[in-house]
Design a protein around this ligand. Structure first.
Ligand SMILES: Cc1ncc(COP(=O)(O)O)c(C=O)c1O
Length: 430
């Protein structure tokens, strides 16, 4: 595969952009090899600067459930563009999008639009603290909620402890208010509540997609709601990734739990920068200008992003078989990969939730981040590189989810499974 342009362009990018990328995982550091510089995309394909073509299982890290350059989404963007790129004033489109989300996801009276998932979770935490009058938050090891200071925190020594900063620059004064529990482990949550005595909220990806794909178990998610009620803390579902992805109603399809606050992103922006947080009126009305909890954004509710998100939601709502079809493809893919891995002596654990899928080179089922970390990242890196050389673009990290889009079909998935067979046979021979 000729990568000359990608290599040259990436080296040039590194001279002016830290690591050559504007979001670290794009740099391929955990899998090695050169990141491809992408110049174009259509349907489920990416085209790099050397004109190599890839089947894209990242789909812009989730948003593009309809695939690249979906006709209706692009048309909605073009038509919005003709009316100007932004006004810094309220628009009817924002109300329509808010109403649409509220009509789909139970338990939301009001919603505020922001520009990134990071902003959505950061703002939801502030609101939860203001509402409850308490200071601490509980998050889970292996869940990612964006890069605000309170959330860049990992477990201290042992689980169920006050966390420590997971990045230099996050000060202990922030991280000491974040407790980190073990995913799918109610005892560890209870321990955090007892250790703190001052918990404002629990934030969780009910379907975790940032340690690979690890869904919350039903009893765990339902138990979490009960613990939050017992300690009078708010439950925040971070559905930035799983919302409108794992199912039309995100996690609500899988659990009988309605959170107090929920965050969305990715799909609701149709590929443009848009995210949101919402919940009951009594909580949301604390936000400025109704209440005095401050939150704002120059580009919040940008009309182009709103048009793309609204067109996406309407289209996925109209296609009644969409999620069943995407899930069928995800199962076809992961079962095929698992069989081929087994044929060549590799132990692969797989998981599917609607259009999201994950796989671990692991002997054990993965229920939490400790399990995920036991996965063989060297085998993953080799698999990733070889698949890429065959034109199959999986996320460049062993701890990310994959995404099926509406532009994929069985023929494409079967081709990927054949590629897996070739790659596993090569890896076995090494
Ligand atoms: C569950 C979840 N929450 C929050 C975020 C942060 O979103 P953004 O990258 O738009 O800031 C992400 C990003 O991947 C995410 O997966």
């Amino acid at each position: 595969m000729n990568l000359l342009n990608s290599i040259n362009d990436f080296n040039e990018a590194k001279s002016v952009i830290p690591g050559g990328v504007n979001s670290p995982v794009r740099a391929f550091q955990s899998v090695g090899g050169y990141p491809r510089m992408i110049k174009n995309a259509y349907e489920c394909y990416l085209i790099d600067e050397d004109n190599n073509k890839y089947i894209d299982f990242i789909q812009s890290w989730g948003p593009l459930i309809l695939g690249h350059k979906d006709f209706d989404v692009i048309n909605a963007i073009k038509s919005a563009l003709e009316r100007g790129v932004g006004y810094g004033a309220p628009t009817v489109g924002e109300t329509k999008l808010a109403k649409e989300i509220i009509s789909i996801y139970d338990g939301i009276d009001k919603i505020r639009l922001v520009s990134s998932g990071t902003e959505a979770t950061m703002s939801a935490l502030r609101l939860a603290r203001a509402f409850s009058g308490k200071n601490d938050i509980i998050k889970f090891e292996g869940c990612y909620h964006g890069h605000s200071d309170s959330l860049l925190v990992s477990a201290g020594s042992g689980c169920a402890t006050f966390g420590s900063p997971s990045s230099p620059g996050v000060i202990n004064d922030f991280s000491k208010h974040t407790l980190v529990a073990r995913y799918n482990d109610l005892d560890s949550v209870e321990s955090c509540f007892k250790a703190s005595g001052d918990v404002a909220c629990v934030i969780i990806e009910p379907i975790a997609g940032n340690m690979g794909l690890v869904p919350g178990e039903k009893e765990f998610i339902e138990g979490l709601k009960k613990i939050c009620e017992k300690y009078n803390a708010l439950l925040i579902f971070d559905e930035v990734m799983s919302g409108f992805r794992a199912s039309f109603r995100g996690s609500l399809e899988f659990y009988n739990v309605i959170p107090d606050l929920v965050t969305f992103g990715k799909v609701i922006g149709g590929g443009l920068p848009l995210a949101a947080f919402g919940g009951r009126s009594d909580i949301m009305d604390l936000l400025s200008p109704v209440g005095n909890v401050y939150q704002a954004g120059t580009l919040s509710g940008n009309p182009i992003a709103v048009a793309a998100g609204y067109a996406t939601l309407i289209k996925i709502k109209q296609n009644k078989n969409l999620y069943a079809n995407l899930e069928e493809l995800a199962i076809l893919l992961t079962e095929g990969m698992k069989q081929k891995a087994k044929d060549y002596g590799f132990s692969l654990k797989t998981c599917v939730r609607g259009s999201m899928f994950g796989f671990f080179f692991n002997d054990k089922e993965v229920r939490n981040f400790d399990d995920a970390k036991l996965s063989n990242t060297k085998i993953f890196a080799s698999f990733h590189q070889k698949m890429l050389e065959r034109g199959v673009y999986f996320a460049p990290s062993a701890f990310e989810s994959g995404f099926i889009c509406a532009a994929m079909n069985k023929e494409i998935i079967n081709k990927v499974i054949e590629d897996c067979e070739v790659v596993f046979s090569e890896m076995k021979g090494q």
